[in-house]
Design a protein around this ligand. Structure first.
Ligand code: HEM
Length: 474
């Protein structure tokens, strides 16, 4: 009996020591640090109602003013630590990224597909990321320019021909979907494209709806559409395998991949990553291009200057008869600054989520294991210390000096930073080139302000009318 209790004591002592050592290894002694300042709101609901009843940016900015660069809150059933400084964002996303994991609600993960790279970390994430990054690298996407131009021109022509006002954001979504399809599949049979589009639209619609098992709801429709997408993508994958073509597009990269043990990706892994990329590419790019149109429309002098820059290229290209080249898209300094400033102003991805995988100490504060951590990109992009007069649209701020390190992160930072950033910018530049050299537009809504759906877009998606600009005979 005596020996048994001595043994029990030894085991208890060793396990306490082991857990203490484990915490020390992560640089933390739980009791030594306090939680960040802030309010956890009401029991269960926390501050979710405040967040959703006011402009989310006001919610974050008010908190930052009150508590500083790091504060705690409780939203959507989770305790969170919000970080509003460049150093803190870098800590979570870059230097200490291994202490945090990506985190998404299960209902959303089900719609995209659990194998999509942004739900993962470690080896699987790194392998998938390399494939996606290679398919979206400059040397690959420069070959897509003629096709992206084709999509941009036919889109603009169709708006002008309709003579009707269009919902700019909604139309831009179609454009960025088509460019997404192009970068993943190259040229695709029309039948497949239409089936993908129809079902993807249902998934997109259900994504932000209330997740429920009740049949007929937007969420359930989306789940059914997602299952159909799996079948359609399965057919596309089989037909590609049968043809044994070694295409250089993203699907080609996925299909030819083998890991160090000669293991290929399963059809399900490929399908989830295709939907993941389409999802990551569509609303983000559409939203930023819609903002570019809004900012140019609101500043006629700036529009004229952008037009002059683009007309010089248009003239070099024999009145637009020759296609844009990659080099030309790399030498549109003013237009490029307009895109950068639109990315800053709109801060499409206002923040991101991670979850602490261990207790973490940051600047003397404790971020407990399991808490969500949110780097607030928008707060950083709108901080007057880094961007003077942050509410003013001023592309010249990007003219001479690059933003201070880690203060400009429209595409995130670190291991999960956006691999599609060059494609998104290329798409915007090509669209702007054709828009300002051949078309004019007017906004046909008096409503100003921002609408969250959930990405920030101009009110009502910026209803606008487009028409072809008559060219003066030479
Ligand atoms: C203006 C348009 C875009 C913006 C503002 C944007 C922004 C971002 C941001 C902030 C992240 C990081 C999220 C995080 O750290 O949690 C991200 C990740 C990602 N983006 Fe984009 N993105 C855009 C366009 C695109 C495009 C065109 C594609 C693909 C064709 C794409 C594919 C992805 C993917 C696959 C990830 C996940 C990367 C990973 O987890 O390793 N994005 N994007």
């Amino acid at each position: 009996m005596e020996i048994a209790s001595i043994l029990l004591y030894i085991i208890l002592f060793l396990s306490t020591l082991l857990s203490l050592l484990k915490k020390q290894k992560n640089g933390i002694h739980f009791k030594k640090f306090k939680l960040p300042p802030g309010s956890m709101g009401w029991p269960y609901v926390g501050e979710t109602l405040q967040l959703y009843s006011e402009d989310p940016n006001i919610f974050f900015v008010t908190k930052q003013k009150r508590y500083g660069e790091i504060f705690k809150t409780h939203i959507l059933g989770c305790p969170c630590v919000m970080l509003a400084s460049p150093e803190a964002a870098r800590f979570v996303l870059v230097t200490h990224a291994h202490l945090f994991k990506p985190t998404y609600p299960k209902s959303k993960e089900r719609l995209i597909g659990p194998h999509a790279l942004f739900f993962h970390r470690g080896g699987y994430h790194a392998r998938l990321r390399r494939l996606v990054q290679n398919s979206l690298a400059p040397q690959t996407i420069k070959k897509l320019i003629p096709d992206i131009q084709g999509i941009a021109v036919s889109t603009l022509e169709s708006w002008a021909a309709s003579g009707q006002g269009v919902n700019t954001f909604y139309e831009m979504k179609k454009l960025s979907f088509d460019v997404g399809i192009l970068s993943i599949f190259g040229h695709m049979e029309r039948g497949f494209r239409e089936m993908l589009e129809e079902n993807y639209r249902k998934v997109d619609k259900g994504y932000n709806s209330f997740p429920t098992n009740i049949p007929g709801t937007a969420y359930q429709q989306a789940i059914l559409a997602r299952k159909r997408l799996n079948r359609i993508l399965g057919e596309i994958i089989s037909s590609r395998k049968e043809k044994r073509l070694l295409e250089k597009d993203m699907l080609g990269h996925f299909l030819s991949f083998k890991d160090e043990n000669d293991k290929k990706l399963s059809d399900e892994q490929i399908a989830d990553n295709i939907i993941g990329v389409l999802f990551a590419a569509q609303d983000t790019t559409a939203s930023v291009i819609t903002w570019v149109l809004k900012f140019l429309h609101d500043d006629p002098q700036l529009l004229e200057a952008v037009k002059a820059e683009q007309m010089a290229i248009y003239d070099t290209n024999n009145g637009g008869k020759m296609p844009l080249t990659w080099e030309q898209t790399r030498s549109m300094p003013l237009t490029h600054r307009v895109v950068m400033e639109s990315l800053r102003m709109a801060s499409i991805i206002s923040f991101t989520f991670r979850e602490a995988v261990v207790d973490v100490e940051y600047k003397g504060y404790l971020i407990p294991k399991g808490w969500k951590v949110m780097p607030l990109f928008r707060n950083i992009h709108h901080n007057p210390e880094f961007f003077p007069n942050p509410q003013e649209f001023d592309p010249s701020r990007f003219e001479q000096v690059a933003p201070k390190a880690n203060t400009f992160m429209p595409f995130g930072n670190g291991v999960h930073a956006c691999p599609g950033n060059e494609l998104a910018k290329l798409e915007a530049l090509i669209l702007i080139h054709h828009l300002v050299t051949n078309f004019r537009w007017e906004v046909v809504s008096s409503k100003s302000g921002i609408q969250y759906g959930p990405f920030p877009v101009p009110q009502q998606g910026l209803p606008a009318r487009f028409w072809k600009e008559p060219k003066q005979s030479q």
